[in-house]
Write a protein that binds this ligand. Structure first.
Ligand code: WT7
Length: 693
């Protein structure tokens, strides 16, 4: 790529000839043509894409029907209503039987330990999925039932999710880093009838007893009068029931009756308690199951899955996606944004427990018949070259990761990267938070050897797929900009009064028209769906992000403008953290703000007002941090906790987090303080500041 300094002193990076050659969208002109077609004639554009997939019966309703304006009636979005299909059939059967991809590798699985690896082909994946789908049916699971999945990054996780999809059950995957409380809350919210988990896993050199956390969640559900029928447990670490003795062979795993080389697995010693009335081993159920399973044919608008994301009131929202639109959009974004070619080896480092893993480790790549790497471990174990080693090992062509991982690895300099050639790399991607130009340049210069374009993809759990993103050959890059809208996406920037701003502007990022994979509702709470996304500005979907458009029309996401924090690419709500803190007996009141962090991007800085009789000391700080970890999970652990005998409030009693943010940063300019009820608290807050990095 060749930097071009002619544009307003900002480097612009153009694709090198080898990136352009054979690209699906070779230049900006072609992008503009396709973009116009996608927004002016969505039916034609998406209708052509829909033809590449299998539909059992054609649609009965309109191709697209929607209302984005709450003043005109209920908000709704429907794509291809009445058409029936099955996504699992499209991802597996179609690829095996129609595309002849049965023997192609679907996943190279790379375990936490480098010698732990295996692969699974499309044919093998189909067999495993059919078997587990039959297991689910035998357990009484029916179309529309919610299934909770709490698993590490192992192939069985993909098997479980696709097995649910095959029989029309709705999966609700909970990231394995969440606590028992978080899991319990999510099981209760969507009334999941079954929980699927694993005995445990290693994260670097740290063992995680997942089964124990799952047990705790089941117990908590029972306390609240809800019983999870059964808990199916994958033996991943190889512990036998109750005794804790290790099993040397670790058979009956997803790879066991396949033609792939047998998995080399380390077996560890981790105690598992066994509740015979609830728990069932995965391998016991799979032994007898048939590998033929007729899919459940679902309506394009039937629910596909629920995925919880933080909400500004503190209670997580069960974002619900549907079948048809999600299939079209994840397949299409994957193809164009990563300029997918059949020989590519694609690696997305995100956990399947987040939307990135759902859309771009499972659905998008499988819909394209792609070969992916699935990685169980972390970037720093056993050493900080792990990513680059894996890239060479599998000859990865397309690498998709988070800015926080890049910043973390940047800290160790270039040597750990340069130990490996990375010669196979063609395209790089990032997601989750704004990428600072310094990290962008390091990713580009050092990791990509100045030849791989970087796809900075902006999107959300709610959007299901990429919204603002470059395309490798077609869109010249500016470090830190997510550039332009993807096909079918119509963005606008609004000011506080809801007026659309033209040209160079900054304001609220909203979308004016539905794209196929927009969320359809919040599970069990349609009102909240409408009020969170559509009430602020009638006729628009509100993202909650701020955004700038420069004079060349490039979009720059500036970050959240609501009460949300983005820690290492994961959204948290200040309210959720505050309510966890308040549950501690010592805390009368709590306020949380974001604070800049060199690696995580943002971290949590908390202010607590103690009840009488409690002393603020190191022990209490440690207890409060534990409390948040326990209530939410390790990702939400506060970096700083400050004693705040008084908090800045408005006369109506609202905490002024804007002022607290300035105090945390030791910024003396507090802006407008005219609404502050009692100004005397400020000096004390500055004096009590935590020493920040
Ligand atoms: C929020 C959504 C999308 C999958 C991962 C996070 C921020 C995401 C970018 C980007 C700037 C970004 C936004 C967004 N975000 N990608 N490329 N540039 N900001 O999913 O947990 O739903 O979070 O992440 O603030 O609203 P999520």
């Amino acid at each position: 790529m060749i930097p071009d300094k002619t544009l307003v002193g900002k480097d612009v990076y153009h694709a090198a000839p080898e990136v352009v050659e054979g690209a699906h969208v070779p230049n900006f002109q072609k992008y503009k043509e396709l973009y116009s077609q996608s927004t002016e004639k969505p039916e034609e554009f998406w209708g052509n894409i829909a033809k590449e997939f299998y539909w059992k019966t054609p649609r009965t309703g309109k191709f697209l029907d929607y209302n984005f304006d709450h003043t005109k009636g209920k908000i709704f979005i429907r794509w291809m209503e009445g058409a029936t299909t099955n996504i699992c059939y499209n991802l597996l059967d179609r690829n095996v039987h129609e595309k002849n991809l049965g023997d192609k590798v679907a996943y190279y699985w790379e375990g936490n330990d480098p010698e732990d690896c295996m692969q699974v082909t499309y044919k093998e994946l189909l067999q495993q999925v059919c078997k587990f789908a039959n297991v689910l049916r035998a357990q009484g699971v029916k179309k529309g039932d919610r299934i909770s999945i709490y698993m590490p990054m192992i192939i069985e996780l993909v098997v479980v999710m696709l097995a649910c999809v095959r029989i029309g059950a709705i999966h609700s995957i909970v990231f394995a880093g969440f606590s028992a409380d978080s899991l319990c809350e999510r099981i209760l919210d969507s009334h999941c009838s079954l929980l699927i988990t694993a005995d445990g896993f290693y994260r670097g050199d740290k063992p995680i007893n997942l089964k124990q956390i799952a047990d705790e969640a089941i117990r908590k559900c029972r306390e609240r009068n809800f019983s999870v029928g059964k808990c199916i447990v994958v033996k991943h670490l190889g512990v036998t029931e109750a005794t804790g003795a290790t099993d040397e062979t670790c058979t009956d795993r997803a790879s066991s009756n396949t033609q792939s080389p047998p998995a080399k697995r380390s077996c560890y010693n981790l105690q598992t308690t066994w509740n015979a009335d609830v728990d069932i081993w995965w391998h016991d159920l799979m032994k007898e199951a048939s590998d033929k399973c007729e899919p459940e044919w679902c309506d394009s608008e039937d629910p596909l899955f629920i995925l919880y994301t933080s909400g500004s009131t503190g209670k997580p929202k069960g974002v619900q996606h549907t079948v048809g639109g999600y299939l079209l959009y994840t397949a299409t974004t994957f193809k164009y944004v990563f300029d997918y070619k059949p020989d590519d080896v694609y690696w997305c480092t995100a956990d399947i427990g987040w939307i990135t893993g759902h859309s771009y480790l499972a659905y998008g790549p499988l819909a394209n018949g792609a070969t992916s790497v699935m990685f169980e471990g972390i970037p720093t174990y056993p050493n900080v070259s792990r990513f680059w080693e894996i890239i060479d090992k599998y000859k990865v062509t397309t690498f998709y990761t988070a800015p926080t991982a890049i910043r973390l690895l940047m800290k160790y300099g270039e040597d750990p990267v340069k130990k490996f050639s990375r010669a196979s790399l063609k395209i790089l991607g990032t997601v989750g938070e704004p990428i600072n130009p310094e990290a962008w340049l390091w990713y580009y210069n050092v990791v990509g050897n100045r030849k791989c374009p970087i796809m900075d993809t902006f999107w959300q759990t709610e959007t299901g797929g990429h919204m603002m993103t470059p395309l490798p050959a077609a869109i010249p890059l500016k470090p830190g900009s997510a550039t332009f809208p993807f096909f079918g996406v119509v963005p606008a920037i609004l000011n506080e009064s809801g007026e659309e701003l033209e040209g160079e502007a900054e304001g609220y990022l909203v979308f004016k028209k539905p794209w196929p994979s927009i969320m359809r509702t919040i599970y069990g709470n349609y009102q909240r769906f409408e009020s969170t996304y559509f009430k602020k500005f009638a006729g628009y979907f509100v993202t909650g992000d701020g955004c700038k458009r420069d004079k060349d029309g490039y979009y720059w996401i500036t970050g959240r403008i609501d009460d949300m924090l983005n820690v290492s690419g994961h959204l948290l709500s200040t309210a959720e953290v505050e309510s966890a803190l308040i549950e501690h007996a010592a805390v009368a009141e709590a306020a949380t703000v974001s604070h800049p962090h060199a690696i995580k991007g943002e971290c949590l800085y908390c202010f607590v007002t103690l009840r009488d009789g409690y002393e603020f000391n190191e022990t209490l700080i440690a207890e409060l941090k534990d409390q948040v970890r326990e209530k939410i999970g390790p990702i939400a652990t506060p970096d700083y906790i400050q004693n705040a005998p008084g908090l800045p409030k408005t006369r109506s009693g609202k905490i002024m987090r804007r002022i607290l943010r300035q105090i945390a940063r030791n910024e003396k300019d507090l802006g407008d303080t005219s609404t502050l009820a009692d100004g005397t608290v400020i000096e004390e807050l500055f004096n009590n500041r935590c020493r920040t990095a």
